[in-house]
Design a protein around this ligand. Structure first.
Ligand code: UD1
Ligand code: CA
Length: 454
């Protein structure tokens, strides 16, 4: 048996007016990943080797996102938005090259599963010219309705064009379709714009196929899979679903989430074994947490790698480029960025560690700040292994603290400190015997004068 070829066309030219945002709709994120990336991921998983993405004018950012996810994706511009069928025809050149199956996926339907795309392809392989994904939403408003006569799919009617009877049908169009490659162009070219909006509706492919005596079939899926995102409320609903799934997946993989409903994950969050995540933690993109680590309440992590048995938080912020070695500890109100904190090193309280490396076993005292930015450039701080940085020290980068060195608290360190050296860099302490008593006396004298003169 020869393997059937497939072209996927992702429609992403919509402005997304209902999102009320300057960002193109498909670039809005669910679980830290753009809607477009979700869809492209499903298409790739359905083993569709060629991908075309239809973008709107001036949507360079959408093209860039498509290429980031699928480097060989071909992008087509739909110059004016005249409807979903018109958008598909923007990729006419790709369709004309010929593929057995043409999958058409809307860029605003992020939960579509590869298995469903495979089912659509199977329906086409079995002889249908058009196969559409259908579902029965709790609230069908806004969706196109499937018109079924004598058990056969004969049309899809957009809500605005539907008769009362058609509208009463709970079976809706999920916005994903497969066309038989051999008939695709003749079906698409027949589609007109006789509807309320005067647009070329892809959904009319069903009626066109019927008119050509070809078969159209529907494949039913759960609502969650084809939830279309047109508004910020729908984006928030989608996020809630995505979070629920990611939490379930983490729990199934053995992660202890004490209060799962308060933990926010990204689609790419990676956990090892025996990890405890306390309530109220946010995982941004690209976080890896290794075996036995603990992430305590109210911490925010993004682009961070947490080593085995390390401890984060409560109230810690790990920004991109953070790497915590095995058993390292980052405590409350500590921010780390572009920095490695090697095995067993500790920064337990109130610190900023940016553009730095902290050697194994080093201790960073409360209030230590790496002054990495001089107002125009960033500089690095290197702290050797087992160094001790006294509380409230400012390390003015570029600067190096040698292994085993000891920095007295309150120091402002501007020059390198050799290994095992002791450095103190703060104003000398002045002590005047009974000075406090004198001060109080002077103050009360001054107050009496003021009272008598006023
Ligand atoms: C569409 C379907 C509807 C279905 C619903 C499922 C049509 C006519 N209607 O409605 O039956 O129930 O999806 O979510 O297909 N786009 C373009 N160029 C255009 C118009 C749209 O690229 O000229 C893209 C959009 O970016 C979007 C997708 O096509 O990704 C769907 O367009 P949208 O306007 O969201 O269609 P719906 O009204 O939701
Ligand atoms: Ca939509």
């Amino acid at each position: 048996m020869t393997v059937r070829t497939c072209l996927a066309i992702v429609l992403a030219a919509g402005e997304g007016t209902r999102m009320r945002s300057a960002l193109p709709k498909v670039l809005h994120a669910v679980a830290g990943r753009s809607l477009l990336a979700h869809v492209l991921g499903a298409v790739a998983a359905a083993r569709c080797a060629t991908t075309a993405v239809v973008v709107g004018p001036h949507h360079e950012s959408v093209v860039a996102e498509a290429k980031r996810v699928v480097p060989n994706a071909e992008c087509f511009e739909q110059r004016s938005r005249k409807g979903t069928a018109h958008a598909v025809l923007a990729a006419e050149a790709a369709i004309a090259r010929g593929a057995d199956d043409i999958l058409i996926v809307y860029g605003d339907t992020p939960f579509i599963r590869a298995a469903t795309l495979t089912r659509l392809r199977a329906a086409v392989a079995a002889g249908a010219a058009v196969a559409v994904v259908a579902f029965r939403p709790a609230n069908p408003s806004g969706y196109g309705r499937l018109v079924v006569e004598k058990g056969k799919l004969v049309a899809i009617r957009e809500e605005a064009d539907a008769s009362t009877k058609e509208r009463a049908s709970g079976l809706c169009n999920g916005g994903i379709m497969a066309l038989a490659g051999a008939q695709a162009l003749s079906i698409l070219r027949r589609i007109g714009q006789k509807n309320r909006k005067g647009e070329f509706y892809l959904t009319d492919a069903v009626e066109m196929a019927r008119a050509m005596k070809l078969d159209a079939v529907a494949i039913e899926v759960e609502e969650d899979e084809v939830r279309g995102i047109n508004t910020k409320s729908q984006l928030a609903e989608a996020e809630a679903i995505a979070q629920q799934r990611l939490r379930a997946k983490a729990l199934d993989a053995g992660v202890t989430l004490i209060a799962p409903e308060t933990v926010f994950l990204s689609a790419d969050t990676k956990f090892g074994k025996d990890i405890v995540v306390e309530p109220y933690v946010v995982f941004g993109e690209k976080v890896i947490v290794e075996d036995g680590a603990t992430v305590r309440s109210f911490s925010h992590l993004a682009g961070a790698h947490v080593g085995k048995g390390a401890s984060v938080g409560p109230f810690a912020r790990l920004r991109p480029g953070t790497r915590l070695g095995d058993g390292a500890r980052v405590g409350n109100f500590v921010e780390v960025k572009e920095a490695a904190i090697e095995a067993g090193a500790k920064a337990n309280h109130l610190s900023y560690i940016g553009d730095a490396s902290v050697g194994a076993g080093a201790n960073i005292g409360a209030g230590t700040i790496t002054c990495n930015y001089d107002g125009s450039e960033k500089h690095r701080t290197v702290i050797g292994r087992d160094a001790f940085i006294g509380s409230n020290s400012a390390l003015v980068a570029p600067v190096e603290i040698g292994a085993g060195a000891y920095i007295g608290s309150g120091s402002v360190i501007t020059k390198n400190v050799p290994p095992r050296a002791l450095a103190l860099a703060r104003g000398r302490q002045v002590v005047k015997e009974e000075g406090a008593t004198r001060l109080r006396e002077l103050r009360s004298l001054g107050k009496k004068r003021k009272d008598s003169s006023g």
